[in-house]
Ligand binder design. Structure first.
Ligand code: DAH
Length: 337
């Protein structure tokens, strides 16, 4: 028995000293000290040892177990330390490696939106925002767009439900503001709008910029002056503005507004298709019907309104050929701004 214990001891210590990883050490521990490990089995077998030999044998087996356990603990510590060092070395970050130093840039739409807000603030307008999921009431009805108007056609409007749409125009905010505020009103509203439309100059999501001024004695002259200031600040001080008669249900009279092409300064080029002019927005005198529907006395007050695509301004100003470029977020494109 004694020799057997001695043999086990030598064998176990030899295996411990050979083990190079914590996994291997664990295997040795299981082999000798695990539930059915060699040392555990001997301890369990003690009942078969002669009674008078038991104390001595017990002592020897305990010593053996203590010795193997002690060695295992020591070696596990040492191997653990080596493994930690190896892991740290493998995961080390070389702080001397050159890093990517490209700084982010503002999106062209953000740049234009901020510039627009600054321009209109300088003319006394405040800035408001509204919901992109909008009720039919504000997006259409209060803007004098009846149920059968073509712009409500399923092809243009994304319907959420019968009475709820993804707003097709920031003009919806005109109705919202006028139903809760009495004049004087001077406000601009930038925001996303949605239409079921998709080609080089149309995207199903795009950004509009709405303006509304309601007060006593507001005229078409005020609208023209305001838009001329805006156009000359956003494009260049020699920009000319042209108003053409048009139709919108919520303005009467309505106009479409052209500016001299900022690429060729009116001489005619690819951007303006040789005409020297580019159309940038719709506007007009707020239809008295709309004022009354929103709870503003049309006998006392009048107003002007306008709306345009921020995307279109960005495309004209930066010479961007396709609206999709504004939404693809290709960093090669974005880093140019
Ligand atoms: N909401 C119009 C559109 O999306 C643009 C517009 C035209 C806005 C005339 C106005 C306006 O405020 O008076 O096409």
């Amino acid at each position: 028995m004694k020799e057997k214990l001695e043999k086990i001891k030598l064998q176990a210590l030899e295996e411990i000293s050979r083990a190079a990883t914590s996994e291997e050490l664990n295997a040795v521990r299981v082999k000798y000290l695990g539930k059915s490990g060699e040392i555990s089995l001997i301890m369990r077998d003690m009942a078969n040892v002669k009674k008078e030999d038991r104390p001595e044998m017990g002592k020897l087996v305990n010593e053996l177990r203590g010795c193997v356990e002690g060695e295992l603990v020591e070696k596990t510590k040492a191997v653990g330390e080596l493994e930690k060092q190896a892991r740290l070395k493998a995961e080390a970050i070389d702080v001397t490696l050159p890093t990517d130093k490209t700084a982010g840039t503002y999106h062209p739409l953000t740049l234009i939106r901020r510039e627009l807000i600054d321009i209109f603030r300088s003319m006394g307008f405040s800035v408001d925002e509204g919901p992109e999921i909008e009720s039919d009431l504000f997006n259409f009805q209060l803007l004098n767009i009846p149920k059968d108007h073509p712009s409500r056609d399923m092809q243009d409007t994304f319907y959420v439900s019968d009475k709820v749409v993804l707003r097709t125009q920031t003009s919806a905010m005109q109705a919202r503001i006028m139903t809760k505020t009495q004049p004087p009103i001077r406000v601009v509203i930038p925001g996303k709008v949605y239409r079921s439309d998709d080609d080089a100059s149309h995207s199903p999501i795009f950004n509009q910029f709405e303006g509304l001024a309601v007060d006593e004695h507001i005229t078409m002259g005020d609208l023209q002056g305001c838009l001329t200031t805006f156009a000359q600040k956003i494009f260049s001080s020699d920009t000319k503005v042209r108003l053409r008669p048009s139709y919108f249900p919520f303005t009467e009279p309505s106009v479409e507004v052209d500016v001299t092409c900022s690429m060729c300064h009116g001489r005619g080029c690819r951007v303006c298709k040789g005409t020297g002019w580019v159309e940038i927005l719709g506007a007009g005198i707020v239809n008295p019907k709309v004022l009354d529907m929103c709870g503003i006395d049309s006998k006392k007050y009048s107003g002007f309104a306008f709306g345009f695509g921020i995307d279109r301004i960005a495309m004209i100003k930066f010479g961007i050929p396709n609206i999709k470029m504004l939404y693809e977020n290709d960093s090669r494109f974005l880093s140019q701004f």
